[in-house]
Structures are given as structure tokens and as C-alpha cells.
Design a protein around this ligand. Structure first.
Ligand SMILES: O=P(O)(O)OC[C@H]1O[C@H](OP(=O)(O)OP(=O)(O)O)[C@H](O)[C@@H]1O
Ligand code: HPA
Length: 183
């Protein structure tokens, strides 16, 4: 089989199925904004985008949130080493999180390792409240270290991409969510 890193972007479209259309994603984003308004009415918030996958959700949600918000970002990547999975911090938030209401935004809760580590970081930095919002939660049957406070869509236990999520670096910009076909 060809090295997946060298496949053309079109290969991934041809070998995947739409699991949520653009219209369904739009509805999910509206529901997420509504849920955040209910939880955060009257508060000022710090949106914390988990790069790079959280960028799409952050951009979409920012347009929908009528709350005094500031924006920061971090990059904490999964590293699958020989002795299990770990997180490598490439970029910590710049804002002082002490006393802040932080809303962490990410594209997917898969095993939950990344989000659990980001929440731990925010709490350790003294955040007053930490809420998590993910566009997708993977239905993989695992006992995850945390549940997200706000979830847009539940995706099947397949590799998904689009709306911030990549497949070998491609298609984070797709306005729909697709799942790779299992060979
Ligand atoms: O729930 P988990 O099993 O921890 O996986 C979810 C994380 O994995 C992806 O990030 P990745 O490290 O691939 O970086 P990316 O955001 O640049 O795609 C995704 O954006 C989530 O942050
Ligand atoms: O299914 C996925 N798709 C994209 N990125 C991911 N990061 C963890 N799981 C996934």
C-alpha cells in the first residue's frame, strides 16, 4: 500500500463517507453557542483554542457568542511513543488564567488525553472555572478521562476529518465531516 503521506488530497475524499453535512454541522454549532450562553450568561470569558484542530470551532463559535470574550490559543499534541501516549506542549497560553472563566475549544474528544491535560493545565494555572466544548465526541466505547461540557456531534468510531480535523494534514477546511472507509 502507498505511503498515506504521499496520497493526493482527492484520495481521501474518494475513500470516505459524509457523516455530517454542512447543514448539520451548522445546526450543531448553533446548539453549542446556545448551550454556552445558558452556562455563561453574565460572565466574561477567555476562549482557549487548542491548535490546530480547534481553530475551525473557535472561528465558528466566536461569531455566535454574544458574551464579552477574549481569545488565546495553545498547542498540545498527542505523541504516540514507544511507552504509550503522551502530550507534547508546543505552545502554552499567553494570558494569565488565574481567576478566569476559561472555555477550552477543540475539534474532537477521542481518547480524551489531550483535553484532560489541557484542563489540568488551566486548573493548575488558577482558572476560576474551566468549561470544555468539542465539536465532536468519538463513540469509541472507551472510558474517557473526562466528559466535555458541550458536545456538538457524536461521531462513529472511525477516523474522521473536516471542520478542523485533518487527514494527513489535509481537509481541515471542509465544511462537512467525513469518515474514512475501512478497507
Ligand atoms: O482525545 P485525544 O485522543 O487526545 O485526541 C484528540 C486530539 O487529537 C487531535 O490533535 P493532534 O494532536 O492530532 O493535533 P492537531 O490539532 O494539530 O490535529 C485533536 O485535534 C485533539 O486535540
Ligand atoms: O478521528 C480523528 N480525526 C482527526 N483527528 C483526530 N485526533 C484524534 N482522533 C482524530
Amino acid at each position: 500500500m502507498q505511503d498515506p503521506h504521499t496520497q493526493s488530497p482527492d484520495y481521501w475524499l474518494a475513500n470516505s463517507d459524509v457523516v455530517f453535512t454542512e447543514a448539520e454541522v451548522t445546526q450543531a454549532l448553533d446548539r453549542m453557542a446556545h448551550a454556552l450562553h445558558e452556562r455563561l450568561a453574565g460572565q466574561s470569558i477567555l476562549l482557549l483554542c487548542v491548535m490546530r484542530g480547534g481553530l475551525y470551532l473557535a472561528g465558528q463559535l466566536m461569531q455566535r457568542l454574544q458574551l464579552p470574550a477574549r481569545l488565546d490559543y495553545l498547542q498540545a499534541n498527542r505523541y504516540h511513543g514507544t511507552s504509550g501516549s503522551d502530550i507534547v506542549w508546543a505552545k502554552a497560553p499567553e494570558f494569565d488564567l488565574a481567576g478566569q472563566t476559561v472555555v477550552v475549544l477543540d475539534d474532537i474528544l477521542d481518547e480524551g488525553i489531550t483535553l484532560a491535560e489541557v484542563v489540568r493545565h488551566c486548573q493548575q494555572a488558577g482558572a476560576k472555572q474551566v468549561l470544555t466544548a468539542v465539536l465532536t465526541d468519538k463513540d469509541n466505547g472507551l472510558t474517557k478521562p473526562l466528559k466535555a461540557d458541550v458536545v456538538g456531534l457524536t461521531v462513529p468510531n472511525r477516523y474522521v476529518f473536516g471542520c478542523g480535523m485533518d487527514v494527513y494534514g489535509w481537509w481541515r477546511n471542509l465544511p462537512e465531516i467525513r469518515a474514512l472507509r475501512v478497507a
